[in-house]
Each structure stands twice: as structure tokens, then as C-alpha cells.
Design a protein around this ligand. Structure first.
Ligand SMILES: [Cu+2]
Length: 69
């Protein structure tokens, strides 16, 4: 399974690392790729994870999740 999440507020590679760490901390996430330019995170999943779970994990760090692509 794969999901692409739209994220607003990332401005540098530090932000990218923070978002990656937030996503990897979720159980069931096996791979994360974050594009700063596109404001997107591509996530590979071993099991279904609700959108709200991604949203709160990322927004906890001050970024805004605007949706799924
Ligand atoms: Cu940054």
C-alpha cells in the first residue's frame, strides 16, 4: 500500500527530516519519501493507517496536512 500526503509548511531539509521521523514513528509505516519542493510525503504501508493518524502525527510538529493525493 502506498499513500501520498500533501503537507504545508516545510521550508528546509530540517523540516523534511522532522516529517520523516514523525511518519516513521507510526506503526505500519515501512518507507517514507518526502519532497520539499512538492510538499508531499510518499508513505509505504504494511497495514492500513487512518488519514487522521497521519494528520495528527505531522501536525504535532507544526506542519499542516492538507489532504491525500
Ligand atoms: Cu525547516
Amino acid at each position: 500500500m502506498e499513500k501520498v500526503i500533501k503537507i504545508e509548511g516545510m521550508t528546509c531539509m530540517h523540516c523534511v527530516e522532522t516529517v520523516k521521523r514523525a511518519l516513521y514513528s507510526l506503526e505500519g509505516v515501512s518507507y517514507v519519501e518526502v519532497s520539499l519542493e512538492e510538499g508531499k510525503a510518499k508513505v509505504k504501508l504494511e497495514k492500513e493507517i487512518p488519514f487522521e493518524t497521519f494528520k495528527s502525527a505531522i501536525e504535532e510538529w507544526g506542519y499542516k496536512v492538507v489532504g491525500e493525493v
